[in-house]
Design a protein around this ligand. Structure first.
Ligand SMILES: CC(C)(COP(=O)(O)OP(=O)(O)OC[C@H]1O[C@@H](n2cnc3c(N)ncnc32)[C@H](O)[C@@H]1OP(=O)(O)O)[C@@H](O)C(=O)NCCC(=O)NCCS
Length: 155
């Protein structure tokens, strides 16, 4: 388990590293990998927050979360393969959840590939439940699953 990582806000200089990690960790096997998901996140309104954790010579992880009314949406989230299973994803998710609570969000939603057993287990471990299967959600080819976590009572 890692000590608490130094989470910082991304800058324009992180864009390529984020796109590359997104391509390798999330968009693998999809046509146009490295372009379409990043573009979707970048054009999201309202503008999301983007955080990164630095590694040796590159970023180890990033997360992109958007806030709409009283909901939060985790748009993209990944830890470099070599840095996984050391608590980094949990620490970053906890950071983003703290911000979402402070921003008044009732719940957080996130999507993952249906075949991504690791991510589904990770989110389940953190109290997210699976809400719906999203047929061909990724590039019209790969099914997704939507998960959500309530941060406070719906009422
Ligand atoms: C999912 C992901 C973010 C997890 O990051 P991480 O830093 O490895 O997560 P943690 O070390 O904090 O794991 C916390 C717990 O989640 C569960 N978990 C994490 N990865 C898992 C895996 N591959 N298989 C099963 N359970 C897993 C475990 O219970 C783990 O605790 P443990 O290591 O003590 O068993 C990372 O694997 C990743 O980036 N995957 C590719 C991109 C992705 O799937 N992004 C999310 C969907 S967009």
């Amino acid at each position: 388990m890692l000590a608490a990582p130094d989470v910082r806000f991304a800058t324009a200089g992180d864009a390529v590293a984020i796109a590359e990690l997104s391509r390798d960790a999330i968009e693998y096997g999809l046509p146009g990998a490295g372009r379409w998901r990043g573009c979707a996140a970048r054009s999201h309104r309202p503008t999301p927050i983007i955080i990164v954790v630095d590694g040796a010579g590159a970023i180890d992880a990033f997360g992109i979360m958007a806030y709409t009314d009283d909901d939060a949406h985790l748009l993209l989230f990944a830890v470099r393969a070599a840095a996984r299973r050391r608590g980094l994803g949990s620490a970053m998710l906890g950071w983003l959840e703290t911000v979402a609570r402070a921003a008044g969000a009732s719940r957080i939603r996130v999507e993952a590939r249906r075949d991504n057993a690791g991510a589904r287990s990770f989110y389940s471990e953190h109290g997210y439940h699976e809400l719906a299967i999203l047929p061909r959600n990724y590039s019209g080819l790969v099914d997704g699953v939507r998960l959500e976590k309530w941060l406070r009572d719906a009422a």
